[in-house]
Write a protein that binds this ligand. Structure first.
Ligand code: ZN
Ligand code: ZN
Length: 430
């Protein structure tokens, strides 16, 4: 058996329930879904690399512009205060909130910049006569840092901050905000156009495989990074992206419990301690997240009040209770609601990052409101607890391996009765 025959072409492991399935070639616009849990396995696209490249280049160009230009101007009593993307993190750092400053720098500046730069490098590198051998490693990084790039969440945070600032002073939108809006559209277009599997296939076709003969084995294993399915032992380096192959995420339950416990212990401080103090004309008092929601509602900004209520109060609570429920059911080996539980996990994993709206709103307000007697804004201790809850719940949901829920039910002999897998064609080796 050669290395090539151990790669099972067209096979996919569902990353949510662990079922191996054969995915036939797809037409543009078609999607293949898991027959057991309903998760999308792959989208059909056309000319994906050629179409995604201009979107990624456009996003990178607009992002570089956004980093150079001012994004909001605030005018009060004849003075104009201007902020760029670095002003908020700087002010937070100088105010002793270096932890929040670091989170904002990572999610707003470092991760988007690295993600875009690497994506453009990979797509351009694939067009080279001799593509650099490090491209699979770089694209593996793109896959891993994607959830931590939060431009769209920041834009919503700016919108909430803008609505609050308008009450205090005259606010003008700067060119960086338009650039970020354009960048977000380019990123969405790139996401729609880019078939990640096609990039991996192209990297493989260009001879960038890390060929290394695995020992004789007949156990199927799927790569968590590039989704390749092959016959190899756990711990073996993936021949396509180089990452170590694992049947399941390592120490998944222990790590998830630890992160969840830390997040739960900070949930009450995050909600009961003040996250912000706005002092206007010498008066003001510390305000909690809930107080912020009430103030938005009292100012008749109902859509924003509902948005902040959902993102800052409801989503963290659903994540904490949902993950606790999933972990307990996994320990029980329960076959109940396996499919809804898997859908809940997908939802929790997707929406968790939107809780960062309040952190970004705080960053913008702190950056702009230093108007002496007119108004000042100070972050409160609740902000540190809240940002920690958001980051810890994101890490907890990333650590949890939803396939363990199906494994546990399978060990108790339940999965076939609950959700019979589709008639899977024999794995095709080529
Ligand atoms: Zn599935
Ligand atoms: Zn891989």
């Amino acid at each position: 058996m050669t290395d090539a025959t151990r790669i099972l072409r067209g096979e996919r492991e569902c990353q949510y329930c662990g079922l191996f399935q054969h995915v036939a070639p797809l037409q543009p616009g078609e999607s293949a879904c898991c027959g057991r849990c309903g998760a999308t396995l792959r989208h059909g696209t056309k000319d994906t690399l050629a179409r995604a490249l201009p979107c990624a280049v456009g996003a990178l160009f607009l992002y570089v512009l956004a980093l150079q230009l001012p994004f909001l101007d605030v005018t009060a009593i004849g003075h104009t205060y201007r902020a760029d993307l670095f002003t908020g993190p700087n002010e937070l750092d100088q105010g002793g909130m270096w932890g929040i400053s670091a989170v904002v720098v990572v999610t707003l500046i470092a991760m988007p910049a690295v993600q875009l730069f690497l994506l453009v490098a990979v797509l351009l590198g694939l067009r080279a006569k001799r593509p650099p051998s490090g491209l699979p490693f770089l694209f593996g990084l793109v896959e891993r840092i994607r959830p931590w790039s939060m431009i769209e969440v920041f834009l919503l945070g700016v919108f909430v901050a803008y609505s609050r600032l308008q009450v205090i002073a005259e606010v003008q939108v700067g060119p960086a905000l338009y650039a970020l809006g354009g960048m977000m559209l380019c990123l969405i277009a790139a996401d729609v156009e880019l078939d990640h599997e096609a990039v991996w296939e192209a990297l493989e076709e260009r001879g960038l495989l890390h060929v290394r003969e695995p020992p004789e084995t007949h156990r199927r294993i799927g790569c968590d990074t590039c989704r390749l399915v092959l016959l190899a032992p756990s711990g073996w380096p993936c021949p396509r992206c180089g990452r170590r192959l694992r049947q399941r995420k390592r120490q998944s339950l222990v790590r998830s419990w630890a992160l969840l416990a830390a997040a739960t212990s900070l949930y009450l401080p995050a909600n009961f301690l003040p996250i912000i103090t706005v002092i206007r004309f010498g008066q003001g008092e510390p305000s909690t997240i809930w107080r912020g929601v009430v103030e938005l509602a009292q100012a008749n900004m109902w859509p924003l009040a509902i948005l902040v209520f959902l993102a800052s109060l409801t989503v963290p609570l659903i994540k904490l209770t949902g993950l606790t429920f999933m972990l307990l059911m996994t320990h029980e080996g329960s076959p109940l609601w396996l499919r809804p539980r898997t859908m809940l996990y997908r939802a929790v994993d997707t929406v968790g990052r939107w809780s960062m709206i309040d952190v970004f709103m705080l960053t913008v307000l702190v950056a702009l409101v230093h108007m002496g007697f007119v108004a000042t804004v100070h972050p409160g201790p609740g902000a540190v607890a809240f940002a920690s809850v958001v980051v810890l719940t994101m890490l907890a949901s990333a650590s949890f391996d939803p396939r363990l829920m199906w494994d546990a039910a399978l060990r108790h002999g339940h999965v076939a009765a609950v959700a019979p897998p589709p008639a899977a064609p024999a794995p095709q080796a080529s």
